[in-house]
Ligand binder design. Structure first.
Ligand code: DGL
Length: 259
């Protein structure tokens, strides 16, 4: 049982930022990563469309006998995880913007959140924000165009830098001291964000917390792999494999798959 893979999916290549955290914490777990790049971005799509795409990705991973599924996409988590948990019997781990830690730590009483439209308009997001950040200023920004640039291999482009400057300006004006990254594509932007943000602004994302939660749930269900020498990590995309290879590094094999 425990040798079965952890299944991970995202609308595209962004969830590899989560895979990296999972692999760092549990290097001997087998993994299968699925990038639905053909249908990216999920952010502007409606809830039903996001649920249907999440079902398609889940069923593929279940057909590969995955023991647990990580929804490595804030947009899919905030819109579809309730449905997935109610429909399938494997455990699901989701990712949500880290509003709570940012709201607890802010000293300027202002935090920024960069995420997709699908995440920022979801019920789950407004619930979390009302619960933990009702007393502070939350500057929300939809990251229109960011996922598309990353998916087309234009991560460190002038176009991206210009877009980020525009998106961060209102946050800087509002004197935020924490920026929450609410999309798994965005950790790849950190070098660019650090160039634009004032030095005292801290960036938070949920990747490490997701990896820890994945381990906790595997332990609870007695699903951890007992292997301690080797792991098999498979990467599939229905988009361009070279974009994912650029992010992961050349020693990882990424296969095209029409799913
Ligand atoms: N990585 C997805 C997320 O975390 C990107 C969403 C999109 O495809 O728009 O939300």
């Amino acid at each position: 049982m425990s040798k079965q893979s952890i299944g991970i999916f995202d609308s595209g290549v962004g969830g590899t930022s989560i895979w990296t955290e999972i692999h760092a914490l549990m290097p001997y777990e087998n993994t299968i990563y699925l990038a639905d790049s053909k249908n990216a971005p999920y952010g502007p799509k409606g809830k039903d469309a996001i649920i249907n795409l999440s079902i398609k990705n889940t069923e593929y991973l279940l057909s590969k006998n995955c023991k647990l599924i990580v929804v490595a996409c804030n947009t899919a988590t905030t819109n579809a995880i309730d449905y997935l948990r109610a429909t399938y019997s494997v455990p699901f781990i989701g990712i949500e913007p880290a509003i709570k830690p940012a709201a607890l730590k802010t000293k300027t009483d202002a935090i920024g959140i960069l995420a997709t439209k699908g995440t920022l308009t979801s019920e789950l997001f407004s619930k979390t924000t009302n619960l933990f950040a009702s007393n502070i200023k939350v500057v929300e920004q939809i990251g229109d165009g960011i996922v598309e640039l990353i998916e087309s291999g234009n991560l460190y482009s002038e176009e991206m830098k210009l877009l980020l400057k525009v998106y961060l300006e209102p946050m800087i004006k509002a004197d935020i001291d924490y920026l929450v990254l609410g999309c798994t594509h965005y950790p790849y932007l950190i070098p660019l964000l650090l160039e634009i943000l004032p030095k005292h602004v801290k960036i938070i994302d949920s990747g490490e917390a997701v990896a820890r939660q994945t381990k906790t749930v595997l332990e609870k269900h007695i699903l951890l792999n007992s292997e301690t020498r080797y792991s098999k990590n498979e990467f599939y995309t229905n988009g361009a494999p070279e974009v994912m290879t650029q992010l992961l590094g050349k020693h990882f094999v990424v296969d095209y798959l029409d799913f």
